[in-house]
Design a protein around this ligand. Sequence first.
Ligand SMILES: Nc1nc2c(ncn2[C@@H]2O[C@H](COP(=O)(O)OP(=O)(O)OP(=O)(O)O)[C@@H](O)[C@H]2O)c(=O)[nH]1
Ligand SMILES: [Mg+2]
Length: 344
Amino acid sequence: MTPDGHVLEGTAVATPGPAAPRGRRGRRAVDVPDLVARARDGEARAVARLISLVEDAGPALRDVAAALTPHTGSAQVLGLTGAPGVGKSTTTTALVRALRAAGRRVGVLAVDPSSPFSGGALLGDRVRMQDHAGDPGVFIRSMASRGHLGGLAWATPQALRVLDAAGCDVVLVETVGVGQSELEVASLADTTLVLVAPGMGDGIQAAKAGILEVADVLVVNKADRDGADRTVRDLRYAQSLGGRHTGPGAWRPPIVRTVASRGDGVDRLLDEVEAHRRWLAGSGEGARRRTERAAREIEAIALTGLRERIGEVRGSAALAALAGAVVAGETDPYRAADRLLASL
Ligand SMILES: Nc1nc2c(ncn2[C@@H]2O[C@H](COP(=O)(O)OP(=O)(O)OP(=O)(O)O)[C@@H](O)[C@H]2O)c(=O)[nH]1
Ligand SMILES: [Mg+2]
């Protein structure tokens, strides 16, 4: 935490003031339009509070989404993914530095989709991110998506919306961990950077894990280490085997070498990101991705609502009556289920 508070800590702003009026569950009642106005002015505390509200998924969530949406759509979302320790946070820090030097406003979301007991990596990230603490052009936030149905899919799009509305030109999303989260971050991002390092999860392993498929730009980080050439060759070979990046007009993910700890290769990386942004705009793929993203979000919200209502059904009188009718042979379970669904 910093005096200026630009490293956005949820707990620091979620604490109700002593004289604050209280809403449901003892929380301070929220003036959403005021918060959104202050966030749009770049006030870090308001941005942090809004992200806390969407993380909590409390009653204000709908109002927050409604108030933010008209002010969104301009931020470019970059996802960073890759095996633990490959250099995602170091690369994020180097990208923030380069983007700030170019005068862009930057948001960073570090998402930990794993258990509450593995926060060590994020803690380390925060320390390194202090480089940018106090810079009003950078918002940094760690999020734990544990406990949310659908993991990342739940709160991250809303947090992105907050940073977008707060005027970030670019939002970097780093996920910690492996597996599903990598695929999820790709579905959130306009451009997905997949990081690989020599000697750990080489190109062929990355191909097996399916993460090459989601890469828009492949980054061979730790290029100062032995084996970087071989990793690049492996990746080229894996790419030559085909996948979604083949065919006329398709984007062929470039392979960029970086030494993130020294900032080497980061400008070239940003050039490739820019080339991908132009391709997204020119090919229509950018609009397609955003529409797909919105569709998934609606689906996730609707499914959550349905699950809640189905939960209310269990043990209800209506269900008991239908069960009785099935036992009595008055109806069959399929028709009973149809009636139950129709009543939702
Ligand atoms: N030699 C070398 N070390 C690097 C480079 N980039 C990062 N590192 C080091 O690699 C280690 C891990 O880097 P992080 O940026 O924390 O990796 P990460 O992918 O964010 O790790 P998790 O968040 O735990 O998954 C740190 O000690 C970095 O200093 C690089 O280009 N070369
Ligand atoms: Mg990290």
